[in-house]
Design a protein around this ligand. Sequence first.
Ligand code: PGA
Length: 247
Amino acid sequence: MRPLIAGNWKMNKFSSDAALLAGGLAERRRGQGDPGCDILLCPPSILLSGVAAALADSAIALGAQDCHPAESGAHTGDISAALLADAGCAYVIVGHSERRTDHGETDALVKAKAEAALRHGLVAIVCVGETLDQRDGGRALDVVSRQIEGSLPDGAGAGNIVVAYEPVWAIGTGRTPTPDQIAEVHAHIRGALGMLDDGAGVRVLYGGSMKPDNAREILAIAHVNGGLIGGASLAVDDFWSICEAVA
Ligand code: PGA
């Protein structure tokens, strides 16, 4: 399965440095060729059109970090999946733990957002992952199962969803699970995806403090089909070297 390396810029960058970062990556992709993975950038929504311009004809895809479940209407400050598609997005992240925490997003809401994404031809990157308390309590696999069951859209399959396993305690902390811990959860997710018709083809990304110096080891773990990268997606050299680590 072709890996996906996705950069989640979160609430970082301004228009000038966003154009430099996206443009720099587009230039690497053109100059150095295909590193062997699909590449995706998910900037803040207000930067989407500028990043889309910087990525034109680059073979790097554009995505967003969230969408609203409704089609349109009275939802001040929100952005629909239709608007994201109109802005050139091919992907949207839904259910990131920061949104589950900051905005109280439930599995049901995440599922509705993912379904809105699918209606507009976007691939939904559905995030799951346990907190440290849940892991310490031996509940990591149960939590992830419950999130998968509750958050995946109806009609999910290899062509329209990606799952990202992001242990909450590894995000932005510099701590990563051991390779055995990652392998265990990814195998578990792969098993849970068996309920889908073509679940074997759904990409399962790892996210949480993936950096140039640990990417190769993590990306080599069975059932890890790419990465969702936060901090290390904010510099051209770091992000490109993670893309190259799939080889
Ligand atoms: P991090 O973030 O790479 O900075 O840990 C990953 C994510 O939250 O998607």
